[in-house]
Design a protein. Sequence first.
Length: 153
Amino acid sequence: MYAAPGIGLAAPQVGVLKRVIVLDIDREDVKTGPLLMANPEIVEASDEDVSYEEGCLSVPEHYSDVVRPAKVKVRYLDRDGVQQEMACEGLLATCVQHEIDHLDGILFIDHISALKRNMILRKLLKVRKEKEREEAEGKPAAELEAPDRVHTL
C-alpha cells in the first residue's frame, strides 16, 4: 500500500479473501496512523453527498470524481477483536467507503458513468496487451512510475 503509494487497501486486493481493510490517511496536518478494520459495515450515512477524485491500486494511474455520502458511521472489529464504531468525514469517509466497496466486489469505476468507465477499461486493456507483447518479445517489463497525485485509495 505504501509503495504504490496508497492510503487504503482491502484484503481481497492482495488475494486474501477476508473482510479486512487497512487505512492510513496520515498527512502533514492529520496524524491517524494505520487503522485496521475487520468486518466493517456502514451503519449510518449522511444525506449530504460529496465528490472526491478517487484512484485505486486495482486500477492504476486512472482517476475520476466519485460522489459518495459526505459522512458515515462505520462499525467494525479492531485488531484486538473489540467492536468499535467510528464517525468518519472528509477523506476518511471516502476512503472507508472505497475500501468497503472492495470487500463487496465494487471498484470506484462502478460509481462513474459508463462512458468514463469504458474509456478507463479500454486504456487498461491496451496497457495489458502492450505488456504481454513486450514479454513475448523478451523485453524487460517497464517500471511503473507513481503518478503525481496526492491520494490513491
